[in-house]
Write a protein that binds this ligand. Structure first.
Ligand SMILES: O=C(O)CCC(=O)C(=O)O
Ligand SMILES: [Fe+2]
Length: 431
């Protein structure tokens, strides 16, 4: 077993692990600020006539309606807007006539699930009294709340959605390029990318900007060498990086796991993304291409009072940002469904590029091996109050590994602090 930890030479960065309550408050403020920015800013929104409605995305419509009807919650506005097929004028007429609940319900896009409007109505709550600033109630256990717009996603979840993220011709080229690439992806089930309890009936391949000198490991397995970003992926990664750096100024996009879901019966079960190469409180940006699929999230840890699920609908050319702390607090999945709406280019296929910052200071050549020659994985205690390094033996099978466990210590900017074999404190390389 590695020797016990000596006193740290460098002070830890106090802001990196500020109290969770403060982080949560700041996080939700950031989220709603992002949502407001994405919506074009409610206070500057102008009413646009009916002819212009079709050109506006739903988020902009919500922003306009919010400026016209500031007393109503975003959820209520979406609800009514959906019930009149997205017409601002019709929504305003209904509201002027005193109607604050939808006239008719739009059927949910998939079976066995409750849509936003049915969820709100089954709650028996008035949609007229809550304000946009209050955090809405989570869905109860057994129910799924469907979210379609950036505003409602930011309101309810730690995710931020950007629609039409890439210039559309680039999104088309990238989709075509990756559809071609995906024909060479290893078949589903050849190796389990996620934990043993997770089904991964889909294909995925890791890409990095610079070739790895040491293999990457995942859940006890040595991954195939990562591939180089394709030309369009590099262009897209540049645009994602620009956005990423507004959230994490030191960050770069250095890796991407490309997932291919060939049809409605492919998906991935509930999991969190491993922190081993991305560090704590990592931000992950997923670009969706091809058919729209649901991305489901569930707050952790599960308890007897466990809550329901949120389903975020991810259309072609949308960027979903899983914000800092999400991997520590929420699980996510792409559920199998009965049917999907075919996409004009990809048919029933969805490609998801999950762009990540694989940090140099968490690289496979820097993070330590443990006593049994296995790798150590970085895992959070739910909530992210603490993290620990442990031997990945448990992923290799019962009785495997050396059981190494050590609480993680972090320096400036979340840089990992380790000890070498002689017990000397060492920090990971430049992030
Ligand atoms: O397909 C997606 O949007 C999510 C994929 C995912 O969870 C992952 O790559 O870890
Ligand atoms: Fe994931």
């Amino acid at each position: 077993m590695p020797p016990s930890r000596k006193k740290l030479k460098k002070p830890l960065d106090p802001s990196f692990f500020e109290p969770k309550s403060q982080r949560d408050r700041r996080g939700s403020a950031e989220n709603s600020a992002t949502a407001r920015a994405a919506a074009g800013g409610c206070s500057t929104a102008k009413y646009v006539s009916e002819e212009g409605d079709e050109q506006l995305d739903t988020d902009t419509k919500i922003a306009i309606l919010a400026s016209l009807h500031p007393s109503l919650s975003t959820a209520a506005l979406i609800d009514i807007l959906l019930s009149v097929n997205g017409s601002i004028e019709a929504t305003s007429k209904l509201l002027a006539a005193g109607q604050t609940t939808p006239q008719a319900r739009k059927p949910p896009s998939t079976t066995n699930q409750s849509s936003l409007e049915t969820f709100i109505s089954t709650q028996g709550t008035s949609t007229t009294t809550s304000t946009t600033t209050s955090t809405p109630k989570p869905p109860p256990k057994g129910q799924t709340l469907h979210l379609y717009t950036p505003a409602s996603i930011a309101l309810h979840t730690p995710c931020v959605l950007h629609t039409t993220f890439l210039p559309p011709p680039l999104a088309t080229t990238l989709l075509q390029e990756l559809l071609h690439e995906s024909t060479t992806f290893p078949p589903p089930g050849k190796f389990n990318l996620f934990s043993r309890t997770v089904q991964s009936p889909h294909r995925s391949v890791m890409y990095t900007t610079t070739p790895a000198t040491t293999p990457y490991y995942y859940q006890g397995l040595t991954l195939p060498p990562p591939r180089a970003f394709t030309p369009s992926m590099s262009t897209a990664a540049g645009l994602v990086e620009e956005h990423f750096r507004t959230l994490e100024p030191r960050g770069r996009i250095t890796a991407a796991l490309v997932n291919c879901y060939a049809g409605p019966q492919q998906g991935v079960g509930f999991h969190t993304d491993a922190l081993t190469y991305i560090g704590p409180r990592a931000i992950i940006c997923t670009l969706s291409l091809g058919v729209t699929r649901e991305f489901r999230i569930q707050k952790q840890p599960p308890s007897s009072h466990s809550l329901g699920t949120y389903a975020i609908h991810l259309p072609h050319n949308s960027l979903l940002v899983m914000t800092a702390g999400m991997q520590e607090n929420w699980k996510h999945s792409i559920p199998l469904v009965q049917r999907v709406d075919r996409h004009e280019i990809s048919g029933d296929i969805r490609i998801a590029i999950t762009f990540r910052w694989y940090r140099d200071d968490y690289g496979p050549e820097v993070t330590p091996a443990c006593g049994c020659g296995g790798r150590m994985v970085l895992r959070p205690v739910w909530g992210g109050e603490k993290y620990f390094w442990s031997c990945d033996g448990e992923y290799r099978g019962v009785g495997q590994g050396c059981g190494y466990f050590k609480w993680a210590v972090f320096g400036e900017g979340g840089r990992p602090v380790f000890e070498d074999e002689k017990g000397k404190v060492v920090e990971g390389g430049d992030g």
